[in-house]
Design a protein around this ligand. Structure first.
Ligand code: FEO
Ligand code: CA
Ligand code: CA
Ligand code: CA
Length: 626
């Protein structure tokens, strides 16, 4: 990793560097076929079955809808500066910044050192991402993910931010994982409650249990854990989720980048290729921590890439890695109950050409009942989208895949390829509408669409919910479960929006009809519904505001009406940042929003280190906002 300065690359860019070149798929013919089949005509997009489902007024665009809009704020113009903007009548304030103490007696971040090793597991971690709020016995708690580290600013005195000691590595590991914090609102706004009995940092060395079909499997055994049932830590925690019984789900995404080998000639198992695990790591952890050295601990990567359940109400509880929900680059975990009480969890695998999944529990949830097996015993499915606007959830079983149950849980991508699932344009968050039986997935972008296979050799044809070759703007697909039951095997689907640029784009690159010069955005990623059924969309895209991205400005958060298709810009992040993570206070008068990897001077000013920050957004009249 010392030859190329990888520390400034996004995960997307870094991953691309690691990828072998895949074969061409003859995409020109595929594009033409898809266009004629689906009736995509020069910028006037038809939405297959969705046009019928949504009704004719569905994609009229914001101007025509203004008179009856459910979107109450005055939309923001784009911004290109280094701070946060919200509409007139709203304001924002930082709540928790990387390096901010969770306990009394500690100083705020030392900008000269990036904070000490000794305090690194007692402060708010780096790269805030998915989060969920919990209200426990009158205490407002938030569980927040810390997706990865930015070594150049976390270790500002190390050349290139590269760790040079075991202590450096441990400091970076401590800044990852999850923070459970209590917050309270006073005269000066929201603040962390220091020394709260609920305060907890879960990081890369926190013991956790392994549950489900892969627990105890040979591939999960290591010298330190010969039974294969206990693992240290969680990492690359991207999106989150909340169970009906009040626990937090944190999602292990790009875990592959932490593993490397001190012996470049070591032979790696074939399946490591599918997951992007290489002898070269991103962070040099393997030089100082044998657990990350594939030459010494070859099975450790099989112990990451899962959904982890954390009980925020019990700081002494042991987090559980649930292998029944599969192993891949988990984005988020959107839970909903089927009419019979079974638990359905929608799960995206964020990699080009990978898949969209759902899990359905065997047992049913009853309030106050035993929930301990609901994420342990159940069936994992993968989505297949058909051109006719219908689709199926295909069960991943020994019969359909020819693989054993534990192997399906460990090499889930391989299992999904075997059943012919639809290769997707990088499934990011799934959001389930609380007022209508439908779910949405952000397909952020995919420059390989129609051009390269996925890492398993599956074709990525243009068509279905991935209608644009070399897709640079992304889209949001929506599905309506058969019989209004999220546990059903069948669904119909449409596209809620195809992002694009009507200013500079041609054809499909103009975007769908609900994209206009007033709401331009690219690369939808984080999504949450509020309790009224408004879809909040966060972006993680190109923010240089040039060329194909002209007029889009910084990354942002928009509000979308699922019924009318109207989408309006609510918040803009500082240049360089991604807006990711959204939850609400118990009284719904505050929105907590994550600002990840901003550029300096956000938020502390010139000469200071840039700090990922959770902010609180409120209406100035303190009205409910979600
Ligand atoms: Fe961590 Fe796919 O975003
Ligand atoms: Ca994301
Ligand atoms: Ca993203
Ligand atoms: Ca990110």
């Amino acid at each position: 990793m010392n030859d190329i300065d990888t520390s400034e690359l996004s995960w997307d860019e870094w991953d691309e560097l690691q990828r072998p070149t895949a074969e061409e798929t003859g995409f020109d013919a595929v594009v033409e076929g898809a266009l004629s089949r689906r009736g995509f005509l020069s910028g006037a997009l038809a939405f297959g079955s969705g046009a019928a489902v949504m009704g004719t007024a569905s994609l009229l665009g914001s101007t025509a809808e203004a008179a009856t809009s459910r979107i109450a704020f005055k939309p923001l113009p784009i911004q290109t500066d280094f701070t946060v903007h919200v509409p007139e009548g709203y304001s924002w304030k930082p709540v928790a910044k990387w390096g901010q103490p969770l306990f009394s007696g500690l100083d705020d971040l030392d900008h000269a050192t990036g904070g000490s090793f000794e305090t690194s597991d007692k402060v708010f971690g780096e790269n805030t991402d998915g989060m969920e709020a919990f209200f426990v016995g009158g205490h407002q708690l938030i569980a927040v993910n810390h997706e990865y580290v930015n070594p150049k600013i976390n270790l500002p005195n190390n050349e290139g931010g590269v760790p040079t000691s075991a202590q450096d590595v441990r400091k970076l590991q401590n800044l990852q994982g999850v923070t459970v914090m209590e917050v309270s609102e006073g005269d000066n706004g929201w603040d962390i409650v220091k020394d709260s009995p609920f305060t907890r940092r879960i990081h890369q060395n926190t013991p956790m249990k392994i549950s489900g079909p892969a627990a105890g499997h040979d591939l999960l055994k290591t010298d330190a854990d010969p039974a294969g049932i206990e693992v240290l830590g969680t990492m690359n925690n991207c999106g989150g989720g909340k169970t009906p019984w009040g626990t937090y789900l944190t999602c292990e995404e790009n875990f592959n980048g932490y593993f490397g080998s001190t012996d470049q000639d070591v032979t790696l198992p074939e399946d490591f290729g599918r997951y992007g695990i290489k002898t070269e790591s991103r962070y040099a952890y393997e030089k100082f921590d044998a657990r990350y050295d594939l030459a010494k601990t070859p099975n450790e990567p099989y112990r990451f890439g899962y959904i982890v359940e954390i009980d925020p109400a019990d700081p002494t509880s042991t987090p559980i890695k649930h292998t029944a929900l599969g192993r891949f680059k988990h984005e988020n975990a959107a839970c909903v109950l089927a009419p019979d009480g079974r638990v359905v969890v929608y799960l995206g695998d964020d990699e080009r050409g990978e898949f969209l999944y759902k899990y359905v529990s065997d047992g049913v949830y009853t309030p106050g009942g035993d929930t301990s097996d609901l994420l342990v015993e159940g069936q994992l499915y993968v989505a297949k989208f058909n051109e006719d606007g219908k689709g199926q959830w295909i069960a991943l079983t020994p019969e359909t895949t020819g693989m054993g149950k534990p192997e399906i849980s460990i090499m889930t991508r391989v299992a999904a390829s075997k059943v012919g699932a639809t290769t997707m344009d990088r499934p990011e968050w799934v959001a389930v509408n609380p007022v209508s039986v439908e779910a949405y997935c952000a397909l952020t972008n995919n420059k390989n669409r129609g051009l390269k296979t996925n890492a398993g050799g599956d074709d990525t044809p243009v068509g279905g919910p991935n209608p644009r070759e070399a897709n640079k703007y992304g889209q949001i697909v929506r599905w309506y479960p058969e019989d209004e039951n999220h546990a059903s095997d069948g669904f119909t689907w449409d596209l809620y929006v195809m992002a694009g640029n009507p200013k500079v784009g041609e054809g499909l690159n103009k975007g769908s009809e609900n994209v206009n010069e007033g709401n331009l955005f690219n690369s939808p990623d984080g999504m949450q519904f509020d309790s009224t059924g408004i879809l909040w969309i966060q972006t993680d895209g190109d923010d240089d505001n040039e060329g194909a991205f002209e007029g889009m400005g910084n990354n942002q958060m928009l509000a979308g009406d699922p019924v009318t298709g109207q989408i309006e810009r609510f918040l803009t992040g500082p240049n360089g940042s991604e807006v990711t993570g959204l939850t609400w206070s118990a009284d719904k008068r505050t929105m907590f929003v994550g600002i990840q990897h901003p550029s300096a001077p956000f938020p502390d000013g010139e000469g200071k280190l840039a700090r990922s920050t959770v902010i609180a957004v409120k209406r100035d009249d303190n009205a409910v906002i979600g």
